[in-house]
Design a protein around this ligand. Structure first.
Ligand code: SAH
Ligand code: SF4
Ligand code: F3S
Length: 460
């Protein structure tokens, strides 16, 4: 009798890199008899892919484990076993502490050990032991993971090209959870991109914690920069759009800036975190750039690509931040003008240098600053969106919209756009007249030969 497939449910927290890892884990386990399910109650294996970046994110794991424990008990009453694994950055940071805090967990697996998942699960199942795998193995997990068996790719697909971080900003856990900077070889990335493109991907976003620090082995045996990699990918005919995220201001080199002016497939959008506008705070953060450096860099990027949409990450309430420091952050936001931004209240993370600095900012003050900053950022985002109303933009349609008959996608500036149109346009790049801007997305009228009309009901 054929063995019934086991069901796998993965819940993903955190950044796009975790989302990519979840896909790769699902693919690796598919070869070992696990079929994905959206319903955790049906799952023989539940993986929580976790994020450690801020306290709130890390604590979510434990509330989620409470829910999973209830599910496991309910399944046990039906005579079914459930294995529970914690993956991702909390797994790496807390390791065996998770086993102590949550009895329900069978396996803790760090981001550099996903290629070992099948054998680790075997150990849990056969030995009835609880396992922790958080070493940084010498071998490349990407080379050891099976090739992505893409049957139908999303119109917009992601590829991790670089992992880890050597920058050690004093507030950040990533260098500890993801390890040292590592770049995948060009040939592996190209093969993955071509496979995705053949299966329908039109847009590829290259991912990395410091993606513009990319420095991978090229087919010529030399190290290739991100600019060189992007240029090579732009040569793949089916790939019509390229993006990359997240960048560090220190790694924006001249070739990459120039490429924004020269390569039409490279979309006019750049996520470039600056974290704080006060040089004193930037120094304490170990960012190794000043507010002036950042503004000068943006000037050079805009000179290469004047319409580029900029987005950023900002932290308020870093230890020692005064009212005047915070004003410097607001001033830099006003000086640059962002299309989008992500802003956070500083969260002291165990093991990071900033956690033990004096003058931690009281929560009430940090909350007030965050509120003021977010209302400024929201005004800027609305102004950016409003300025695109009346323009014709190329939209890559990715999915059906919320309302029947609607489809939704992204503009070159990464704005969400929806409009009435047929499902066949999903996966295509189409001219759209932008007619209005709402708080979360733009509304457009689909143009050109694809002009959409209500289907006429045939008379019976
Ligand atoms: N590698 C990227 C981003 C990493 S984490 C970069 O260097 O820009 C994403 C964002 O989370 C950071 O840009 C920062 O704004 C925020 N972040 C990181 N650690 C944080 C902390 N301890 N408290 C609050 N926000 C934090
Ligand atoms: Fe964290 Fe700084 Fe590295 Fe970004 S550059 S991942 S903020 S340490
Ligand atoms: Fe979170 Fe790890 Fe990403 S800490 S933001 S999941 S790199």
């Amino acid at each position: 009798m054929a063995k019934t497939p086991q069901k796998l449910h993965i819940k993903t927290f955190g950044c796009q890199m975790n989302a990519y890892d979840s896909e790769r884990m699902a693919e690796a386990l598919a070869g070992h008899g696990y079929a994905p399910t959206d319903d955790p109650a049906e799952a023989d294996l539940v993986i929580l892919n976790t994020c450690h970046i801020r306290e709130k994110a890390a604590e979510k794991v434990y509330s989620e484990l409470g829910r999973v424990r209830t599910l496991k008990q309910a399944r046990k009453a039906r005579g079914l076993d459930t294995m529970i694994a914690v993956a991702g950055c909390v797994a790496q940071a807390e390791g065996s502490e998770i086993l102590d805090r949550a009895q329900v967990v069978d396996l803790v697996v760090g981001p550099q050990s996903y290629h070992e998942l099948p054998s680790l699960l075997g150990r849990v199942r056969d030995g009835k032991e609880r396992v922790v795998a958080t070493d940084f193995p010498a071998e490349d997990k990407f080379l050891s993971l099976p090739d992505r068996p893409v049957s139908r790719a999303q119109p917009s697909a992601f590829i991790t090209v670089q992992e880890g971080c050597d920058k050690f900003c004093t507030f950040c856990v990533v260098p500890y959870t993801r390890g040292a900077e590592y770049s995948r070889p060009v040939a592996a990335i190209l093969a993955e991109a071509e496979r995705l493109a053949r299966s329908g991907a039109r847009e590829i976003t290259l991912l990395g914690q410091n993606v513009n620090a990319y420095c991978g082995e090229g087919p010529d045996g030399r190290d290739w920069s991100l600019a060189k990699l992007l240029k090579r990918l732009a040569g793949v005919p089916e790939i019509e759009r390229l993006r990359y995220t997240t960048s560090h201001p220190r790694d924006m080199d001249d070739d990459l800036i120039a490429l924004h002016g020269d390569e039409p497939k490279l979309m006019p959008y750049l996520h470039l975190p600056f974290q704080a506008g006060s040089d004193r705070i930037l120094h304490a953060m170990n960012r190794k750039h000043t507010a002036g450096d950042y503004a000068e860099l943006v000037g050079r990027i805009r000179a290469a690509r004047p319409d580029i949409a900029l987005s950023t990450d900002i932290i308020v309430g870093f230890p020692g931040e005064t009212g005047a420091d915070f004003e410097d952050t607001l001033a830099l936001v006003r000086r640059i003008g962002f299309a989008r931004a992500f802003s956070f209240k500083y969260s002291a993370r165990p093991g990071t240098p900033a956690a033990s600095l004096p003058h931690q900012v009281p929560d009430k003050i940090a909350r007030e600053r965050l509120h003021i900053l977010q209302s400024l950022l929201e005004d800027e985002a609305r102004a950016f969106d409003a300025a695109t109303v009346g323009r014709k933009l190329k939209v890559l349609f990715e999915r059906q919209g919320r309302k029947p008959g609607q489809i939704a996608g992204r503009s070159p500036y990464l704005q969400a756009v929806h409009g009435d149109g047929p499902k066949d346009l999903i996966g295509q790049i189409v001219d759209v007249d932008i007619v209005s801007a709402g708080p979360n997305s733009l509304t457009g009228v689909i143009k050109s030969e694809f002009e959409w009309r209500e289907p006429v009901q045939a008379a019976v």
